[in-house]
Design a protein. Structure first.
Length: 710
């Protein structure tokens, strides 16, 4: 650190200003390692843990009874911020396994780079693309790996599922974060039998990296069924029920009913064992001697577990019966026989990159116990949550996509008990849907005072700390400065204007530092500026809903983005900060008719106008058609739970003149339509069946006419 830089630091500290985030690597150089993965934009772990916002979780709906006991969690929002909140829950003892162990026992993630989607690039060549590429993607994954490590229990482990493109980089990151000594396996999953990749070997596998957090970890050695080929090759002996007669089977040979099939094991010592060179029942010992002592040999004989050849020159071997080992084959790090989701599969959710339940069942059974918490922060179609439920684990699923959230909600409410979604219906244990980073202000403003205070403090990253200065009751601290949370219930009709700030200053101005924060609903404030300066003290107005004050945060807020194209469902999306729900403005009509060239009538919902009202970071509303991400329909809404039947992405609607067509016979008494903008805001409409009137083809507008209307 040179003198000029040192003087800049001292001057900022003297003025009570925050130091720029980009100075961190100069002030706190990262620890030098023997080797590490170096790339642009790599932050220090301390910066990531300290600088990530812990956004509060706002309950939206609870399914099933919800007492004081643990209930499973489905979270909509950016997973980094949501996990920072989970980490605070762990620190407060609110995130624990059934045995009381704090933290998450098992993490499984399948991040977006494993999508294997191909897109058209410049000059029409095929190009693999992702929203965050190269070093940005690595830092995106690394930041989350650091949070996963902190969330894991001391005996927990993590499975990271990737394809071949980035796994070598990510493995180096995991060596740094978890320790190279804690790497357990690099698992190869053969996801398909054949694949034609022109000009190279066909890629038929994914890679799953398994790391433990500490020296001990939860491990239930998985077993699997022997293949018929393996059985025919090795289990070539059969014996009578009394064990007195045996035969060696020829290929395809049948044997009498009731006889037991077995294979031969090896009792020879691999190294010379002079003390174990003994004969048994006239059979000579092997050259190096036996691998077991005489007393153990007699035990096996008494249990009829020895095979004696007809000639005394032969060698005694132990018997391994097929009926006791057919389902007892140890699982290796190459996983064959677990097929991907097929078109007619009973577990198919019509969600891109959905993984089979059998794959997650092997992982969850091997690395957790009943009552343990399983976390999937890229939950997608909800396979991890569904399997965890079936195996009696606790679960937390996080995703930033509304399609994923509604897919999981529907899946959890229509579970079947067996893996593969077969068998009897399974009623899930209670679970709650939360928003993390995108909030419904109308629900917040109706909260009781204690809940409002808790949420307000958490929202702005304040520490709850009740104290009094100058006779004024204060509720928290932010960056070392006092925080006043305005009680709008107790002070209904009261306003906060510049005179109010002067009154506060008169009471506390000479007893506090350079900053003071007031949190209140936006409508309570009678001035527009973000802060008021009085005698060297800056009084900040923290409004809910929030107008961003950039100087209080590491970077500008960014919004979640929802896809308007099915191919982009699993794109990497990163959001920072929080916003409040702004329902889009929608106009629609409905009917029953035919499109050109069709003979069968279908029902349709026509989106006549769509305008996004979202104003994150001060952006204006967006009335472009592209602002519509997707339209979800529940054809027979029961009045309680939205159980969507179809999703229509924005680009699909544009191609059909902004009409969503579906079978007339699917119409129930009411249709629920959920219109979602690109930031995840929703407009909901319950449409009675009577609105779907028949229209003539002449009234059916073309795509071009529909565009002109808009």
């Amino acid at each position: 650190m040179d003198d000029e830089f040192r003087q800049q630091v001292m001057e900022k500290l003297r003025r009570g200003e925050d130091l720029p985030a980009e100075w961190a690597r100069e002030l706190f150089p990262p620890e030098r390692r023997e080797y590490e993965l170096v790339y642009h934009g790599k932050e220090r772990e301390e910066e990531i843990l300290a600088g990530t916002m812990a956004v509060p979780l706002q309950p939206v709906a609870t399914f099933g009874s919800n007492g004081d006991e643990w209930h499973n969690m489905l979270v909509f929002g950016d997973n980094l911020q949501a996990m920072r909140t989970l980490l605070r829950m762990k620190e407060r003892g609110e995130l624990s396994n059934a045995d009381g162990t704090p933290g998450v026992r098992l993490v499984y993630i399948d991040p977006p780079f494993a999508t294997r989607q191909e897109f058209r690039g410049p000059h029409d060549q095929k190009a693999y693309q992702d929203k965050i590429a190269g070093s940005r993607f690595l830092e995106f994954i690394r930041q989350r790996l650091i949070l996963f490590r902190e969330l894991l229990s001391d005996d927990g482990c993590i499975y990271l599922h990737l394809d071949y493109r980035k796994v070598h980089y990510v493995r180096l990151l995991m060596d740094e974060i978890f320790g190279e000594q804690n790497m357990l396996n690099q698992i190869i999953w053969q996801r398909t039998a054949a694949h034609n990749d022109p000009g190279k070997y066909g890629c038929v596998h994914d890679t799953i990296l398994l790391y433990r957090k500490g020296a001990t970890w939860t491990w239930n050695a998985p077993k699997m069924r022997q293949s018929q080929t393996y059985i025919d090759k090795f289990f070539v002996y059969a014996e009578s029920p009394d064990g007195k007669t045996w035969i060696k089977l020829k290929k395809g040979q049948e044997y009498p009913i009731g006889w037991r099939r077995y294979r031969l094991g090896n009792l020879r010592s691999p190294h010379p064992r002079p003390n174990l060179m003994y004969n048994y029942k006239g059979y000579p010992h092997p050259k190096n001697g036996w691998s077991i002592r005489p007393e153990r040999m007699r035990e096996l004989d008494e249990q009829n577990l020895l095979h004696f050849p007809p000639s005394r020159k032969g060698r005694i071997q132990n018997k391994q019966y097929l009926d006791s080992s057919i389902d007892n084959k140890s699982v290796s790090d190459t996983w064959l026989g677990i097929s991907p989701i097929q078109a007619q599969s009973t577990e198919k959710q019509n969600y891109p990159t959905q993984k089979p339940e059998a794959l997650l069942a092997r992982i969850i059974e091997a690395s957790s116990h009943s009552g343990d918490i399983v976390l999937d922060a890229f939950a997608g179609s909800g396979t991890t949550c569904a399997v965890a439920e079936k195996l009696r684990r606790r679960w937390v699923g996080i995703d930033c996509g509304k399609l994923a959230i509604y897919t999981m909600q529907k899946r959890m409410l229509t579970l079947k008990a067996k893996i593969g979604n077969k068998g009897r219906p399974l009623r899930p244990k209670p679970f709650t849907l939360y928003n993390a980073g995108l909030y419904d202000f109308s629900m917040l403003s109706a909260l009781p005072w204690e809940d409002w205070k808790f949420f307000a403090l958490r929202l702005f990253g304040c520490r709850e700390e009740t104290h009094h200065i100058g006779g004024i009751g204060l509720q928290g601290k932010l960056k070392g400065a006092s925080v006043l949370v305005f009680n709008h219930h107790e002070n209904e009709g009261r306003r906060i204007d510049e005179e109010t700030i002067r009154d506060i200053h008169a009471a506390v101005g000479n007893k506090i530092g350079r900053r003071f924060f007031v949190i209140a609903p936006r409508a309570v404030f009678d001035f527009q500026q973000d802060y008021i300066d009085l005698d060297g003290v800056r009084y900040y107005a923290l409004r809910i809903p929030y107008s961003i004050i950039n100087e209080l945060h590491r970077r500008d807020f960014t919004a979640l983005l929802q896809p308007s194209d099915e191919d982009n469902v699993n794109n990497v999306v990163e959001a920072w900060g929080f916003d409040f729900i702004h329902p889009p403005d929608v106009a629609w009509d409905a009917g029953i008719g035919k499109t050109k060239g069709e003979l069968i009538e279908r029902a349709f919902l026509h989106v006549k106008r769509f305008s996004s009202q979202a104003d994150i970071a001060g952006a204006d509303s967006d009335s472009r058609p592209e602002a519509l991400s997707m339209l979800m329909l529940d054809y027979d809404f029961n009045g309680e739970v939205f159980d969507f039947d179809s999703v229509f992405f924005g680009h699909q609607l544009e191609e059909t003149g902004w009409r969503a067509w579906f079978p007339v016979e699917e119409l129930g008494d009411n249709v629920m339509a959920v219109f979602i903008d690109i930031h995840g805001n929703e407009a909901r409409e319950v449409i009675p069946r009577s609105e779907f009137r028949r229209v003539s083809r002449r009234r059916s507008r073309t795509k071009a006419q529909s565009k002109r209307e808009r």
